[in-house]
Design a protein around this ligand. Structure first.
Ligand code: PMP
Length: 765
């Protein structure tokens, strides 16, 4: 992909220019990325003598020269070089050397200085956009076969072909480039086929632009990268390359586009591609430069300067902010609100005071893809936190399934519908046959709430046994199940009793105690007795198999079995809350309670079930449902079991099976834990690494002997990990456990990124 400029002796060139073009004088070398260039002073005039790279082929050289001739005819005032024809009237000459034919070209010299890194005024940027627009317009009637056939590495539309060079980019920047390349493949490459295309310069940047003494654009030089491609690429390439750290990006972009569209009226689809193309261009610059450095090939000062910027600028072009600016400048949208849009104030005004926002500086998310969340500044964040997008953010299979279903039918379970039956069958196929009744609701909270209502009817009791620091939802009943919702010490609902967490890291019985499970389970006896004594009895015990809010503790063998046995003995029913632990989160088998070897009376399902489409499910025994309906009347939830919800649920199950995501959770989770444990030797703050599958807890302590919880440090780590581009949460009663719970499409390379980031963050503390 790299063709270095030729290095022929000057004497040869001088002689050839003299013979072919009738010019001779004083030569000085000029930089050139692909060609051997010289400045020639002859007869009081100045020229550029170009010995072109023979790798190009003569037809490309001829095309460039014909394009310059064409421009001179269409818009003679455009500041582009003029072709100095040879004595025989040809546009170029051939110089033979060492068995190779080199095209030799003489162009007029354009006066001025390169723009370089200086910041132009808005009027200058507008004028610059105008010149680019004029150039684009002047070339639109120009035809030549060569640029279309040219397979140029710099063709922005094909940036995704350079993915192989991604490892050459600095680790902390790779995700930006990766995202841009994926966007390129997904969005740009397919869309451009239907858009206006033409031959263009394609490489207008601060080092191919000249300014005269009065600050006017006095030259666009170097037509060596001409391609045939989507028209708007000319503008997008120039925009990307004209961004400079510290300059007002909004002004640069807005003014250049406004200038451009005075001469070329872009179509709306083209305008929509400007930002993606800019990102591709910046990613491309970074990749090509990195590849050249690696190949030890010449990186001209121009390219090096652009490269230094490209990664910064890739991070800086904010989708939501600049989209408005771009649309307005291109005459497609209203004047955008002031930049920086005071999101937080707007949110408070729109939604009322809500203290729950992640991070000291909240993140404004605009997109998701797989394991990535993309913020408004286009920075991709590795999502190690969110378990709703179980099969990946914006999973196309789920999105398609829901969209297709919404276009066909979305009604309720009072009609016979294929989707609800199929989804119920699919869920049941994964569970113990005793669980034969499926009730659809809309959320995990509702599922737990309804399970509790059913249990009250079945048992005649009202009491609940819950883990200390559990979370099960927001409704009256599920909130009562959730000690973690309450400020410390204020949780005292008489019908709810807390079970001490079976924490073998810092609890009463630790890893070295063989029957820790039985001992912790026996603690339930006192709570059951208390519920009975107070007349509540035991309606349910409820456990999240992943013990997520408890700090992702590794419950000792026999613990959950012990609780289930005691619950049943007390006349109660056991609820396996699978909102967090289900769908393969803990690795195979699919459900958390199966890892603990129990058959629950209720399985409650939420969050990941629809990958973001609201889906809640209770699965129980028909006899329990029967009694509930007989005593309380028919049960029906409007949206629960709707066709679209079930289509989402089915699609999620399909992806889990097809991509073996439970298996992946097991393998990647183990790999991730290994990586995290590997950090323990270096970082004493890590006290424990645990969990199952992709439910991973990292407990931070100030002292591995006293286990003093490092709560403040945990918050610092979470915030600094965010700065590193990695999202994690915290949990546990003491607030000192990092909660790593990514979408199940998480791979080992993602695990490496997360471990690397944590390593750097811990080193900084
Ligand atoms: N149970 C568990 C274990 C949960 O983690 C949650 C939500 N985080 C819920 C229930 C409540 O689900 P939802 O927010 O859908 O009501």
């Amino acid at each position: 992909m790299i063709a270095l400029p030729p290095k022929l002796p000057l004497d040869l060139i001088r002689a050839a220019v003299k013979a072919g073009f009738g010019l001779d004088g004083e030569y000085a070398p000029l930089d050139g990325e692909r060609d051997q260039n010289h400045r020639l002073k002859a007869g009081g005039r100045r020229f550029v003598v170009k010995l072109c790279n023979p790798a190009e082929g003569f037809d490309i050289v001829l095309c460039q020269l014909q394009a310059l001739e064409h421009i001179a005819t269409v818009d003679a005032a455009l500041p582009v070089p003029r072709v100095w024809k040879a004595k025989d009237g040809a546009l170029f000459q051939r110089l033979q050397h060492g068995g190779t034919d080199y095209p030799l070209v003489v162009l007029s010299w354009l006066e001025g200085e390169v723009v370089g890194e200086r910041e132009l005024s808005p009027a200058q940027y507008r004028a610059l956009g105008g010149v680019i627009g004029r150039l684009n317009r002047a070339l639109r009637g120009f035809i030549h076969a060569a640029p279309a056939a040219r397979d140029l590495v710099w063709n922005t539309v094909n940036a995704h072909r350079l993915t192989e060079h991604l490892p050459l980019i600095a680790k902390d920047r790779q995700s930006f480039v990766d995202w841009a390349l994926k966007e390129n493949a997904r969005l740009i490459a397919p869309s451009v086929m239907a858009l206006p295309a033409q031959i263009m310069h394609a490489d207008i940047h601060p080092f191919t632009l000249l300014l005269d003494g009065k600050g006017a654009i006095s030259g666009i030089i170097d037509f060596g990268e001409m391609v045939h491609g989507t028209r708007v690429m000319e503008l997008a390439n120039a925009l990307a390359d004209c961004l400079v750290t510290g300059h007002d990006i909004e002004v640069t972009i807005g003014a250049m586009i406004a200038g451009f569209v005075r001469h070329v009226a872009l179509e709306e689809e083209e305008v929509a591609l400007i930002l993606p193309l800019m990102r591709s261009r910046l990613a491309l610059t970074a990749l090509v430069t990195a590849a050249r450095r690696k190949a030890d090939a010449a990186v001209t000062p121009q390219i090096a300067a652009l490269d230094a910027l490209s990664l910064d600028m890739l991070a800086a072009i904010k989708d939501d902010e600049f989209e408005g600016v771009i649309r307005y400048a291109a005459n497609f949208g209203p004047k955008p609100a002031a930049r920086g849009a005071k999101m937080l104030q707007r949110r408070l005004a729109a939604m009322g005071p809500r203290p729950l926002l992640f991070y000291k500086e909240p993140l404004h998310m605009v997109r998701g893809e797989g394991v990535w969340l993309i913020a408004a500044d286009q920075r991709p964040y590795l999502d190690c936190y969110n378990n709703v997008p179980h099969v990946g953010h914006a999973n196309p299979h789920v999105a398609e399934a829901v969209a297709r279903q919404m276009r066909v039918l979305n009604t309720n379970t009072r009609y016979l519908t294929d989707e609800s039956i199929a989804y119920a069958e699919a869920l049941k196929a994964t569970l113990d046959p005793a669980l034969d009744a499926v009730i659809f609701v809309n959320s995990g909270s509702e599922a737990n709430d309804v399970a509790y209502r059913m249990a009250q009817v079945w048992t005649g009791a009202t009491g609940m046994l819950v883990m200390d620091f559990a979370y099960h939802g927001v409704t009256d009943a599920s909130d009562a199940m959730s000690p973690s919702n309450y400020p410390a010490g204020k949780f005292h609902k008489p019908h709810v009793r807390e079970l001490p967490a079976p924490d073998t890291y810092r609890g009463a019985w630790r890893k070295d105690v063989n029957d820790a499970g039985a001992r912790y389970a026996a603690l339930a006896d006192a709570e059951i007795a208390a519920l009975k004594a107070a007349g509540h009895g035991v309606a349910i015990s409820v456990i999240d198999s992943a013990f997520m809010t408890n700090g992702i503790i590794d419950a000792p063998a026999g613990y959950v079995q012990g609780i289930v046995a005691r619950t049943h003995a007390a006349g109660g029913l056991f609820v396996a809350d699978e909102v967090q632990s289900g769908f393969g989160r803990m690795g195979p088998p699919l459900w958390g309670h199966q890892h603990h070897g129990v058959v629950p009376d209720f399985v409650t399902i939420g969050k990941p079930a629809g990958n973001g489409y609201p889906v809640g499910v209770i699965i129980t025994r028909s006899e329990i449902l029967d009694r509930f309906v007989a005593e309380t009347g028919p049960f029906f939830s409007t949206f629960g079991g709707g066709n679209a919800a079930c289509a989402a649920g089915l699609a999620v199950l399909e992806v889990i099976a097809r991509e073996d995501l439970a298996g992946n959770a097991e393998r990647t989770g183990a790999y991730l834990r290994d990586g995290l444990r590997g950090l323990m030797a270096k970082h004493p703050l890590i006290g424990d690494v645990r969990g199952a599958g992709l439910a991973v807890g990292v407990e931070l302590v100030r002292d591995r002997k006293t286990l003093e919880p490092a709560k403040e440090e945990t918050q610092i780590v979470i915030n600094r990990l965010k700065d590193e581009g990695v999202l994690v949460g915290s949990d546990g009663r003491l607030g000192n456990v990092l909660k790593i719970r990514p979408p199940l499409v998480f791979t080992k390379s993602h695990a490496d990124l997360a471990v690397g980031a944590l390593d750097r963050v811990l080193a900084s503390i």
